[in-house]
Write a protein that binds this ligand. Structure first.
Ligand SMILES: [Fe+2]
Ligand SMILES: [Fe+2]
Length: 282
């Protein structure tokens, strides 16, 4: 159980987070729409916001997105990656801005959470390309936002640090489990609260809440499983270089929910490892 004082403090921390910018909120309202009218609107919303345009182009050209040519305009980006991906990148630019801080409670340096999120996004897209066609961009977006709760959870971990580390060592449990035992809440649950405040689509909230417990997914178990697998690989590879990767492992149910057989699984892990460690060689 979470103590009421802590719950109150978390809520006020969440209330102090910057609101979702109007342009990105407008894009999120059309998150699952793919008609031509919304395509025109997406291009217009991004193009009329100069800094959003710059950020989206930067992300579009990042190695994790895997485009083989340099993109220099939103129009060009739209024709190459489509409008759904553009919406994902617009949300990504906001998340990058929010996560651009040190997270002392996780021993994550500035930029570390973003690097991890981007690797999970790229990995999730790679898995979806084969096992959940049509959801590639949603998987990318879900990877970007999955750990958003850490930006608040981190504030409460510093003074619990010694106890958390000893809990993990003594009981061989993953970091999020120690968060729950010590603080009564996990970064995944706080992430859900943040996502609800920002009015993210329910399909993303489901991933944020359940990325460490894919068996509890409500809306799209396969999507949650994809992000869970990609996240676990990124954590095991130590992409954030934080302490939160302790005792992480891949849930067997997540693998079987995607119907991945043993040979395919080994190949998939190899491909994810390559992508995450050497994104520029893609
Ligand atoms: Fe997480
Ligand atoms: Fe993560």
């Amino acid at each position: 159980m979470i103590n009421p004082k802590l719950a109150e403090s978390i809520l006020s921390n969440i209330a102090e987070l910057p609101p979702m910018p109007a342009s990105i909120a407008a894009l999120l309202e059309m998150f699952l729409e793919e008609d031509s009218l919304s395509a025109v609107k997406v291009e217009k919303i991004i193009s009329t916001d100069q800094s959003l345009t710059m950020n989206v182009l930067k992300l579009c050209n990042s190695a994790f997105f895997g485009l083989r040519q340099e993109v220099s305009s939103i129009k060009q980006a739209a024709s190459l990656i489509g409008f759904k991906a553009l919406k994902a990148l617009a949300l990504g630019s906001f998340v990058q801005h929010i996560t651009d801080r040190e997270l002392d409670g996780y021993l994550i340096e500035r930029g570390g959470l973003w690097g991890h999120s981007l690797s999970v996004a790229g990995g999730s897209r790679l898995i979806a390309e084969r096992y959940l066609k049509g959801f590639e961009d949603t998987a990318f977006t879900a990877g970007i936002v999955h750990d958003i709760g850490k930006i608040i959870m981190s504030n409460y971990l510093q003074k619990e640090f010694a106890e958390i580390v000893s809990l993990i060592k003594k009981n061989n449990i993953p970091f999020h489990e120690a968060e729950k035992r010590r603080c009564g809440i996990t970064h995944a649950e706080i992430g859900q609260m943040i996502a609800e405040r920002w009015k993210l689509p329910n399909i993303l909230i489901d991933v944020i809440r359940n990325h460490h417990s894919p068996q509890n997914a409500i809306i799209n178990k396969q999507l949650v499983s994809i992000v869970h697998i990609s996240d676990s690989v990124s954590e095991i590879l130590g992409i954030t270089e934080g302490i939160d990767s302790a005792n992480m492992n891949i849930d067997e149910g997540a693998v079987s929910s995607l119907n991945i057989d043993k040979a395919e699984y080994e190949d998939l892990i190899k491909r994810l490892t390559n992508l995450m460690l050497f994104p520029e060689q893609r």
